[in-house]
Design a protein around this ligand. Structure first.
Ligand code: AMP
Ligand code: GLY
Length: 423
């Protein structure tokens, strides 16, 4: 089978690496990809949101499955675009319909979905500018800190957690007045949940599902989870507190009601569901849904899937997932993200990356890189993810740190405490 994978980050490099190992896969193309995906498959200079160009390419290269990495093409309806076109409707697209993608694209939609299907999550109410006084009264009823969420996609910046009540009201008014453009015309205000978070990934064909290895990501730039939020500085799988008892609860109270809820609501969904969870006194509650794999979680999770991943994806795309198996490697897998100095603020690009060829005992995934002749240059805030296996988390981390030390570019930075809060 020929596969077209959309996206250009570390997640896509990890997906490409795993997909390419599949016995079912003949050619693998990545649009637009990066210097790392170009080592695994063939990069194509097409944007992941240029649907007409994707269609032409799919026809020309006899693509038999499209795998969507990031959320944007999904929210913009790539699944529906393929389904509605006679020439390409036979090609499975791994990812939900635009309606399904609203689970990530609209926090209000996601909260209503959870309420409707009895899925544990924080209590909430949604408001627009016209309800400002009601929103203030709702804040008065809640205990600090106050959680304010822009309804729409806001490049990962749309969630504010504020201690002071008056400040929360001021920020709420600013959000509703367009602080995040249209994304914050509706704001979800919710109860603050205290606990430890993890990421659960589910692959579904709309009927049946498989749960992928659970992971935890580290979002803050600084050690000890201090400083600004980033796209993610590292990840660990498995997660010590997400043991069998906890995961059983996750499956019964969250995964099954989610898959059944999609079915009941007649939402066409064949793809990944990323459930951002928080454990509150060992009870899992949903913080958010995403409709794609996590980044950098994927750079750890892919290492732990032993089964033929191309075959699993085909199962999701052709409603035959129940006949497939998801075999999991018991070892730890970790990833350490090397980033450009200054990230997540301003940073420079086009720095030469050296040492990539000297890596043994780790798997290097490219996040923000590009080729310049023979040279590999930095091309983003997150640059290289160094992933490793180990019998323990510390063994795996030691390998990633050893190798991150060998890879060099001007002003490189990485956290040296990934997994610090786990047993
Ligand atoms: P989200 O974009 O919904 O994932 O929110 C970003 C981050 O804000 C989450 O990863 C949590 O760390 C935090 N967060 C979101 N909602 C809550 C909540 N209700 N209680 C506590 N923390 C939250
Ligand atoms: N690592 C979190 C995300 O991909 O949104």
């Amino acid at each position: 089978m020929n596969i077209l994978l959309l996206g250009s980050g570390g997640r896509e490099n990890a997906l490409a690496w795993k997909i390419k190992q599949s016995e079912k896969v003949n050619k693998l193309f990545i649009a637009p990809g990066n210097a790392g995906t170009g080592l695994v498959g063939e990069n194509i200079a097409i944007s992941a949101t240029d649907f007409p160009a994707i269609k032409n390419f799919a026809l020309k290269e006899k693509i038999e499955m499209v795998v969507v990495g990031p959320e944007e093409p999904l929210v913009r309806g790539i699944y529906d675009f393929f389904k509605a076109d006679k020439e390409i409707c036979h090609i499975p697209v791994i990812g939900p319909s635009a309606e399904g993608a609203r689970l990530e694209g609209s926090k209000d939609f996601a909260k209503q979905f959870m309420m409707r299907h009895n899925i544990p999550t924080a209590q909430y109410k949604s408001f627009t500018y016209d309800d400002l006084q009601d929103a203030y009264r709702f804040i008065d009823q809640l205990k600090a800190p106050y959680v304010l969420k822009a309804d729409g996609l806001a490049a990962g910046k749309g969630v504010l957690i504020i201690e002071d009540k008056e400040e929360a009201k001021t920020e709420l008014k600013a959000m509703l007045s367009g602080m995040f453009g249209d994304a914050s015309k509706t704001v979800v205000i919710e109860e603050f949940l205290s606990g430890i978070e993890c990421s659960v990934f589910v692959l579904t064909d709309g009927e049946s599902y498989k749960i992928l290895p659970v992971a935890k990501d580290y979002k803050r730039i600084g050690e000890g989870d201090k400083g600004l939020n980033t796209g993610g500085m590292g990840a660990i799988s498995p997660v010590s507190f997400a043991d069998d008892v906890f995961m059983q609860k996750v499956e019964e109270t969250i995964v099954i009601p989610t898959v059944e809820g999609l079915k009941k609501d007649k939402i066409d969904y064949k793809g990944f569901i990323f459930i951002g969870l928080i454990s509150v006194d060992n009870e899992p509650m949903v913080i958010e849904y995403n409709v794609r794999m996590g980044d950098p979680e994927t750079e750890a999770v892919m290492l732990r899937i032993k089964s033929d991943f191309g075959d699993l994806l085909l199962g999701a795309g052709t409603a035959s997932l129940k006949d497939k198996t998801m075999e999991i490697d018991n070892r730890y897998a970790v990833t350490v993200m090397m980033v450009s100095g200054g990230y997540p603020g301003d940073y420079e690009r086009n720095k030469e990356i050296t040492g990539l060829d000297s890596i043994t005992d780790s798997i290097v995934f490219h996040a923000g890189t590009k080729l310049d002749g023979e040279k590999v240059l930095t091309n983003g805030g997150r640059v290289i993810a160094v992933s490793s296996y180990g019998a323990t988390k510390d063994e795996a981390l030691a390998l990633s740190y050893k190798n991150a030390n060998k890879i060099n570019f001007d002003k490189k930075y990485y956290r040296k405490d990934i997994g610090f809060d786990l047993k």
